[in-house]
Design a protein. Sequence first.
Length: 178
Amino acid sequence: MDFVVNTPILVVGLGVFDDESNGLNRDLGVRIWSRDTGGTADFADDTALAVLGETTFTSVDAGTLVGGSRFKSVLPFVLPPGDYTVGGWGFGASERNGNVGTGSVESPIDDGGGAITFVGGSRFGDPATPGSFPASVDGGPPNRYDSGTFEFDVVPEPSAAGLVSLGALLLFARRRRR
């Protein structure tokens, strides 16, 4: 899934879809990439800039099941406003991804009260290159595939009173050094 961060978010967990929610039968992975839009509205020319977070799941270390996906906590990292893609890999006959095109229903998406916007028509990649950026654009919807996902918190905006207090503290500290 491609998404745009509108206000900073703190990613606290990464997840993968668990077909039938019955444990994992294959090793699966998930990544979040920063994405270069090429300055166009065409998602087909988007490319990966950097991997910002990733983890793997196995039948022995499958994470915690939450609503059809398995999650693992990660060292929290902030995604500032910008363009990103989350995707999973390793799916196959014994552990299928969810796919609206083959009978799955669209999963609900949480936009954090407008902190993020899911865009585009979804993506898929070359199964022969596990973990590579999913460069092929699909017809949609943005959450056509259940594969990789993430948990996040919205980073609170600093309050005006907090900024004034910080400014006063810095001014006081500067005056005391003289």
